[in-house]
Structures are given as C-alpha cells and as structure tokens.
Ligand binder design. Sequence first.
Ligand code: DGY
Length: 323
Amino acid sequence: MVKPKVLVTRRWPAAVEARLADEFDVVLSKRDVAMKPCEFRQAFKEFDAVLPTVTDKIGAEAMELSKPRTKLLANYGVGFTHIDLPSANAHGMIVTNTPDVLSECTADLAMTLMLMAARRAGEGEREVREGRWTGWRPTHLVGTKVSGKTLGIVGFGRIGQEMARRAHHGFGMDIIVHNRSRVAPEILAQYNAVQAEDLDDLLPRCDFVSLHCPGGAENRHLINSRRLDLMRPGAFLINTARGEVINEHDLVQALTFETIGGAALDVFDGEPNIAQTLLDSDRLVMLPHLGSATAEAREEMGFRAMQNLRAFFDGQTPPDRVN
Ligand code: DGY
C-alpha cells in the first residue's frame, strides 16, 4: 500500500520522528527554521498532510493556490491561531491540534513565572551571576508573598484549570476566573473558584492575573492600558498564552510608571523579536516560549499529532479536529 506523503516543518523529538518514518512517507525537517509562504504553497502541492507548528504562519498568502494536494494540517501544539482557518476551510483542509498533553507542563511554567515575578527571581539571578551580591540583609530584593493571595485566571480551559489546581491546592490561593462561556459549577467547585461577570470585573479583585485564553484577532490587545489601569497597584500579570493578547507598549508604560507590581511573559508579539523597551524593564521576567518544553510533553504532542494523522488516513474524523 502506498504510504501517505507527510511533511514535518520543524525537528520533532527523535522517538516521534522515528515512528513517523515507520508509518508514513515522511520528509523531516533538516534546517529546523520557520517555513515561508512560498514554501508552504509548494508543500501543499506535494504532500497529503503537513505538520506545522506555532512558528509557521500559514496565512492567506501561504494558502493562495488552487487545488492543493494537502488535506490535513496536523498542528504540533494546542494553539492554532497562526493558521488561517477560513482559507483552510475553503480548500477543504482539516486542521487538528494537540490539546491535553501539554496542559500540566504549561501550567507548571505559568506557576514558575508567577513565583519568579513575585519573588524577584530574575533580578536575584542576574545579581548573583554579575557578581553584584553583597550578602544577606533584611531589605534585600524583598518581593511579594504568593501563598493565600487571589489569582485571576483569564480563559478557563484545560491549561487554566491546571493553573487553578496548582494555585489553589498547592498555594492556598483564591481563584477568580473569566471565561467566554459559563463554567459549570462542578468545575468551579474543584478549585473553590468563582466566575467574574467579565474581565473588567475580575482585574481589580486580583493580586495575580494569569492569561490562558487563545490568541488571534479576537483577543488581540485584550490587555491594554485601560485594563492595566484596572489592576491593583501591586498586582502581577503572567502570560503563557499568546503575545498578541497584551499590548506590549501599554505594559511597558504600566511597568515604568509602576501602576502594577510586575509581569512575567513566556510569549511575545512578533516573537522571537522582543521590543527593547521590554528588555530594558527590570520588573519583567521573560522566558523564550517554554510553556510545553519538557521531554514528556513534547513527545506526547508528537504522538498526539500522529493519532490525528492515523485517524485521517484511516478515513475517520481526527479526534482533535478544530475546523
Ligand atoms: C502551543 O501548544 O500552543 C504552544 O504555545 C506551542 O505552540
């Protein structure tokens, strides 16, 4: 039987690449760099399925071709706002993602960021490495207590709920959530959480606000100067969702004028380019999009994408279809 032709756009964990090579006529990425729109147009003519990830901007330009051979985009990652769904639909392409398998690790990283920002861990590490530490003193790098405080979670899907589990059951935090739809009372009850009326209602009530909503046009600049002004003066903003959810210019203003306590970002608008004003801010913790970066999660993401591939080529609906 002829094996389906499959293109993987970036290097994947070795165990998954080996399994893909067993089951499919696969072309693996050697260069491991983001593909350009013209490269996608060519790939869509040659391959039955393409396996992209967040660094692949598959917008209208990449989709400008007639009668593509590709009928499945099995994305490696849970977020898929880098893929133009209306164009995919117009071409009859099915798009899938890899939910669940990265929720715990992404929530672990959001906790890491929250603790780092509150306890000034980035500043402390820089001080030690640069040889500036002069020894213990009662007023040295004094941060903010996390345990028992109130955490606002924006977007109460799988990752948001894992964040609530850690914060509530591990750190005794009170949880307030904002979500597009009503969250079932039995889910809220697991974390003794309450659902805010809307985002503007949540922000002034929280010591920490962690973003777990999708990116894309719908949530672009959801956090802007007006909403930053609604946050408590000492509050911290954590983003492991997508860079575009925050207006970074407005965030820099809030940090500079100390209208909020600090922020911690794992994702950036236009990443991997980071605005100099962000780099210059000492009240900001920054990581290079590490949310799902554990050996365990990254393998599981690959195997989850393969489940979608197998189902599709077996003539079934892939389990993680998003369009
Ligand atoms: C995700 O899974 O969406 C991660 O951010 C990587 O794309």
